[in-house]
Write a protein that binds this ligand. Structure first.
Ligand code: 3H9
Length: 694
């Protein structure tokens, strides 16, 4: 056998044990070991049945993703599973932790499956831009039916054992010791002469002729741009229409098609990047952490309320502080309404709602937050107000409490300077709606202590967020790059592109909506106020685009006033408005700009390349430590399509030379005020390298 797989005996039951930490992935030694173990069991006349079980925290969590993209060392997984299924001695998969992807496919190749109640099973390959390529698309429909199998594989969720048992995917749930229970189950199979139950031999229950076309139509909009869900439908259709062997062949072709696709390359990159962001360069893994048992949030507005919900959801008691009693009551009512809406969709029980509400303590007195381990300020975005709050926090918070600001634009160091403990101050920039959006930009100040950073990064994970560490600068990483896109989009409109054309180009690229539809949704008055402040502070842009401000001055603030850049007949569908078209044309004339036809390609380049260039500056300045930090921010906070891997990964895919050449072209056309490539971008392009070669 191999070190990764062992074979022992418990009387007439052969026990195959996989031990390949951390997640028992199906690396080559595991595949080879499984093959040998089954052969050993078959060769041993004393063995009548076998149990497959795993050491460590989990059952096999899938193929070894690190082996992808390279030639696969033999044996490949399919023949290993086929050999297991072909065994005439029953094999029982004993599942704990998670049986995922290739891991579940191994279990589906076994004749029986038992699991501890806390186990979860799933075929999450879709999240890596793949499909289950070791028989999952062929065996699962035979066990649970076509529709359930499709939902299971297209959604890629980790399904709890009890539900998997109901679906018919598991044969039994084992309370108590899994190994003992699984061996007892195998003995029962023998005693009752149940024989081998091969999933591949089961028929597939027929579905309506238009079932697959309808299924595809049902997901087409939501999953546009992703390739894997559509290949999955084809593979499951093959299971329904072809004999098992032919279906397996089709599955292999569709799997290979995905494996070599740019979409899967990007999604695999995202899988590792999401884990990598938690590892901070220069911050030792064993950095001590502060204990976080209680939290407080200052400000019960939309943001503060959403932030408090994250703590309650994670079971951490949180005090929500708001000086104004009415605002506090309103904030608490909104939180309750949010929870009740979730409960009405069946995603929370009434008891859960009460439990979470019970974890949120409303307060109007700073005295009540004296004992909080972490305090997050979410008050109005104004430096003087924030400083005032931090001065107060400095005087009331217990020593060692982490003092965080949710600012999205202001200088964290300046906020920290209002305290005598800048080492305890950090930014925690949540994205709206704060209880939904996964991204958390954690902003390290000049003096933020290492243990504060380590604690906040870990806390992000505890409250279900993906925390990315960034440094202090105007707009941090996300908004600083977004600013570039917004500026060019406004210029493009002035030069003759229609707002709806720009929105469509970015929507088709894969963003959930275009910048102008988004601006109308967020409210145009917000950006207006920011620009006003900037102008008052004397920060005048070399080229100012005034048309949006004119729209705001007409009282059109976006969706909430039923009119903004677009008009809204039904309150939410953006419709182009001839009045706005005339206004834009007039603004262009006033600015001496001749309007022209603008190609979709120019729109894409001018909206996205400046973001990449800004990303290069952000890396040069050390505001983000790695390109992957930027990519994870954009995917989780701004809807950059995961199947393109994030702006920096995408830039590497198209080649930095291409980006640089476009910069030169636009500098020739518009001057280099906004079209000067960052030194890092130029250097990498010259060297034929990408951001991920750094
Ligand atoms: C597949 O199976 C294809 C087949 O259908 C077809 C074959 C022909 N491989 O997430 P964690 C690493 S596709 C390699 O932090 P958790 C991970 O990078 C696969 N490495 O832990 C991390 O490394 P590090 C289908 C893997 O407890 C460490 O393990 N399966 C793999 O929060 C710990 O991971 C999946 O998509 C892997 N498959 O969550 C499952 N998985 O410490 C993917 C993890 O160096 N995995 N690593 O940063 C997961 O969903 C979670 O890791 C799991 C544990 C739930 C298992």
């Amino acid at each position: 056998m191999s070190d990764a797989v062992s074979f022992t005996r418990d009387g007439e039951i052969g026990v195959i044990t996989v031990a390949n930490p951390p997640v028992n992935a199906l690396s080559q030694p595991v595949r080879a070991g499984l093959k040998d173990a089954v052969q050993a069991g078959l060769a041993d006349a004393g063995v009548k049945a076998m149990v497959l079980i795993c050491d460590g925290a989990t059952f096999i969590a899938g193929a070894d993703i690190r082996e992808f993209g390279k030639p696969l060392a033999a044996p490949s997984l399919v023949p290993v599973i086929d050999a297991m299924e072909a065994s005439d001695k029953p094999i029982v998969a004993a599942i704990h932790g998670t049986a995922l992807g290739g891991g579940l496919e191994v279990a589906l190749g076994c004749h029986y499956r038992v699991a501890v109640p806390g186990a979860r099973v799933g075929l999450p390959e879709v999240n890596l831009g793949l499909l289950p390529g070791a028989g999952g698309t062929q065996r699962l429909p035979r066990l649970v039916g076509v529709e359930k199998a499709l939902d299971f594989i297209v959604q890629g969720t980790h399904v709890p054992a009890a539900e998997a048992r109901r679906l018919g995917l598991l044969d039994e749930l084992i309370e108590g010791d899994l190994k003992t229970g699984a061996i007892a189950f195998a003995r029962r199979v023998l005693a009752e002469n149940r024989g081998v139950k091969r999933a591949s031999a089961l028929p597939v229950a027929p579905v309506a002729a238009d079932f697959f076309a309808n299924y595809e139509a049902g997901i087409a909009r939501r999953l546009r741009g992703f390739k894997a869900p559509f290949n999955i439908i084809k593979a499951v259709q093959a299971a329904a229409e072809l004999p098992f062997a032919a279906g397996m062949k089709r599955e292999a072709e569709l799997f290979q098609d995905l494996m070599t696709s740019s979409e899967s390359r990007a999604q695999r990159h995202v899988f590792f990047a999401e884990r990598e962001v938690a590892k901070i360069p220069g911050l030792p893994k064993d950095t001590a952490q502060r204990e976080i048992n209680t939290a407080a949030v200052i400000g019960a507005g939309t943001m503060g309320g959403g932030i408090a919900m994250n703590f309650a959801n994670a079971g951490i008691p949180v005090t929500l502080l708001e000086i104004n009693r009415e605002a506090l009551d309103r904030g608490i009512a909104v939180i309750r309404k949010n929870y009740e809406a979730t409960a009405s969709k069946g995603r929370l029980t009434t008891a859960d709602v009460e439990k979470r509400m019970g974890l949120i303590t409303p307060s109007t007195a700073y005295d009540d937050i004296k004992q909080a381990d972490v305090v997050i300020e979410a008050v109005f975005e104004n430096m003087d107000i924030k400083k005032e709050v931090f001065r107060t926090l400095d005087s009331v918070a217990k020593p060692g409490a982490i003092l965080a600001t949710n600012t999205s634009t202001l200088n964290v160091d300046e906020i920290a300077s209002a305290t005598k403990r800048p080492q305890d101050v950090i930014g925690m920039h949540f994205f709206s709606p704060a209880n939904v959006m996964r991204l958390l930009e954690n902003v390290r100040g000049k003096q933020t202590a290492n243990d504060v950073i380590a604690t906040v990064m870990n806390l992000s994970r505890r409250i279900g967020k993906i925390g990315v560490l960034v440094g202090v600068c105007d707009g941090f990483v996300g908004n600083r790059m977004l600013h570039q896109r917004t500026r060019e989009a406004m210029f493009l409109v002035e030069e003759g592109a229609r707002p709806e054309q720009i929105d469509k180009v970015l929507y088709d690229f894969g963003f959930p909506m275009g910048p102008f539809a988004m601006a109308d949704m967020a409210g145009l008055d917000v950006g207006y106020k920011v620009r006003e402040e900037r102008r008052k502070a004397g920060k005048i842009e070399p080229r100012e685009s005034l048309w949006i401000d004119k729209i705001v001055e007409m009282g059109r603030h976006g969706q909430k006033t039923n009119a903004g850049i677009y008009r809204y007949a039904d309150g939410r569908t953006p419709l182009p408005d001839p009045e706005i078209e005339r206004l834009i044309a007039q603004c262009a004339r006033d600015a001496g700009i001749a309007q022209r036809q603008i190609s979709d390609q120019e729109i894409l380049e001018r909206c996205l390349y400046p973001m990449i260039n800004e990303g290069a500056k952000i890396l040069e300045e050390g505001i983000a430590a790695r390109a992957l930090d930027i990519d994870i921010i954009w995917i989780n906070g701004y809807g950059f399509p995961a199947y393109r891997g994030g702006p920096m990964f995408w830039a590497d895919e198209i080649g930095l030379k291409t980006v640089c050449e476009a910069y030169r072209k636009y500098a020739g056309q518009f001057g280099d005020t906004y079209w000067k490539p960052a030194p890092l971008l130029e250097k990498l392009a010259r060297e034929g390298k990408g951001f991920y070669d750094l």
